[in-house]
Design a protein around this ligand. Structure first.
Ligand SMILES: Nc1ncnc2c1ncn2[C@@H]1O[C@H](COP(=O)(O)OP(=O)(O)OP(=O)(O)O)[C@@H](O)[C@H]1O
Ligand SMILES: Nc1nc2c(c(=O)[nH]1)N[C@H]1C(S)=C(S)[C@@H](COP(=O)(O)O)O[C@H]1N2
Length: 169
């Protein structure tokens, strides 16, 4: 994002049982905070919470409805293990899905690892906020974020009601 563009607020939400108990360093969350800040977003919230559906729902709603954060990026809990419930929480939080962004991440990731098909991460809109689910590992978080990062400013402009033409590269 260059200086001429609006600076959007962002939050990083790490969803990890081990991380929330202090048993694993949150390298994915640290990476996301650094990368989003370097890209021009203003980091307003960072939290590590356990993989519990009700807690995830509550945190996401608080970030949108009370803290009014424009971009929320989560990491973890998108897979197929019994504790992975991020997509189920998203179903109760988002008002509109943006499936193309989630599918773009999976498509690009499949070129790197066939395990990418195991991520069930979603992207969606609640109010005037965009919520993006990334997988949990640092490698996966990095590889997925790089796919959508260039498109996020235009997505946010549109979510906030911007009327600029979409045709420009
Ligand atoms: N916040 C994180 N930072 C760094 N690596 C992570 C993080 N979260 C997950 N990972 C890595 O990605 C793998 C898959 O993530 P997953 O969410 O399935 O973790 P998990 O082993 O079930 O444990 P937990 O939910 O407690 O993080 C983990 O085994 C771990 O190697
Ligand atoms: N680009 C990319 N996507 C990826 C991976 C990866 O290494 N690179 N790991 C996959 C793996 S191994 C899993 S289990 C799922 C879900 O991860 P999560 O449960 O940590 O969210 O993301 C997948 N997506």
């Amino acid at each position: 994002m260059d200086n001429q563009q609006e600076q959007y607020s962002c939050a990083v939400l790490t969803l990890s049982d081990k991380g929330s108990r202090g048993e694993r360093e949150d390298t994915s969350g640290e990476f996301l905070k650094k990368t989003l800040t370097e890209a021009g977003f203003i980091l307003q919230s960072y939290e590590i919470i356990p993989d519990r559906k009700e807690i995830i729902i509550q945190s996401l709603k608080d970030l949108v409805d009370n803290k009014r954060i424009t971009l929320i990026v989560t990491t973890g809990g998108t897979g197929v293990s019994p504790t992975d419930v991020t997509p189920e929480a998203m179903e109760e939080v988002v008002e509109k899905e943006v499936p193309g962004m989630a599918e773009a991440m999976r498509a690009a990731s499949l070129l790197k690892t066939n395990r990418a098909m195991l991520s069930r991460g979603k992207v969606g809109i609640r109010g005037m906020s965009l919520i993006i689910n990334l997988p949990g590992s640092l490698k996966a978080a990095r590889e997925n974020l790089e796919v959508v990062l260039p498109v996020i400013p235009h997505a946010l402009e549109k979510i906030l009601g911007g009327t600029s033409d979409c045709g420009a590269e």
